[in-house]
Design a protein around this ligand. Structure first.
Ligand code: CP
Length: 313
């Protein structure tokens, strides 16, 4: 592992190795001594061209707990606003002896573009690019599911509910769940929010929420991503909630011990009720916590490639 750009093209062994490594870091971060010296002397740049609360912060915390130096570039206060190109920005940061870029961008493919232009010793981690991919989110979600339900994904029914069409999170989750041999993978959404040919990714499509949730072990709710819906038929929030909002009553269609997840940010009263988001089946804040250990795992593996997995990503 040198770069970590998407889940596509990885294999089950590498995903399991990331989860196992994250498990060892979760043990570290849950104790009073939170730091390990693995990335001492390394410099990591958070390059976020799009808003973020959870991802940017947990990448920064993860880097600090690995003892790296971290720079957070405020793009709105950088020379990008004076017309400096992305490549010139990169070249100038590289001149400061950077070891890793963590990149979020509104355009799909930006992390791949950067990875193809950095110096050979520099790693690139994708922190979300357009509609394409959010691979560390998918990995922290797999980590959360494994913690909640154990390592046998084959016995699980997972329902991903909401705006599948515009969601980089859903794409990455679908690839990760397939690699981990999930038993029954469902997507639940109105027709306008399901991408064409999604069945080819090995999912079952439901348009009725109650049916889609029936006997589910895990429900992953998604936000309506209006910022990526240019020209699309937008459902009204009221209508969407009426048909697809997750309420306590609708949750009874799933298994009694169902795990409810959401990558955040939540739009309360649109995709889910506060009673569910803050309720006993929700692990939404645990997902955020596990993001630190999972990102520690990905960053440390990228900086210390293991020979058998070196070419992935
Ligand atoms: N889940 C997620 O990517 O959240 P942020 O946009 O806050 O980083």
């Amino acid at each position: 592992l040198r770069h970590f750009l998407s889940i596509e093209g990885l294999n089950r062994g590498l995903l399991t190795e990331i989860l196992d490594t994250a498990e060892s870091f979760a043990g570290v971060t849950e104790q009073s001594v939170k730091k390990v010296p693995l990335l001492r002397g390394k410099t990591i740049v958070n390059l976020f061209f799009e808003a973020s609360t959870r991802t940017r912060t947990t990448f920064e915390l993860a880097a600090k707990r690995l003892s790296a130096d971290v720079l957070n570039i405020n793009i709105n206060a950088s020379s990008a606003v004076k017309g400096e190109t992305l490549l010139d920005t990169l070249r100038n940061l590289e001149a400061m002896h950077i070891d890793m870029f963590v990149v979020r961008h509104t355009d799909s493919g930006t992390a791949n573009f950067i990875a193809s232009h950095v110096q050979p010793h520099v790693s690139v981690i994708n922190a979300g690019d357009g509609r394409h991919s959010h691979p560390t989110q998918a990995m922290l979600d797999m980590f959360t599911i494994r913690r909640e339900k154990g390592p046998d994904f084959g016995r699980l029914t997972v329902a991903i509910v909401g705006d599948i069409a515009h969601s980089r999170v859903a794409r990455s989750q679908i690839h990760a769940l397939n690699l981990l041999n999930v038993g029954d993978l469902r997507v639940v959404a109105p027709r306008t929010l399901i991408p064409a040919h999604v069945e080819s990714l090995g999912v079952r499509v439901f348009h009725d929420l109650q049916e889609g949730l029936r006997d589910a072990d895990v429900i992953i709710m998604l936000r309506l991503q209006r910022e990526r819906m240019q020209g699309a038929m937008l459902p009204s929030e009221h209508e969407y909630y009426r048909l697809y909002g997750l309420t306590r009553e609708r949750l009874t269609n799933a298994k009694p011990d169902v795990t409810v997840m959401h990558p955040g940010p939540i739009n309360r009263g649109v995709e889910m009720d506060s009673q569910v988001a803050d309720g006993p089946r929700s692990v939404i804040l645990e997902q955020v916590t596990y993001g630190i250990a999972t990102r520690m795992a990905v960053m440390s593996m990228a900086m210390h490639p293991v020979s058998s997995q070196e070419n992935h990503g």
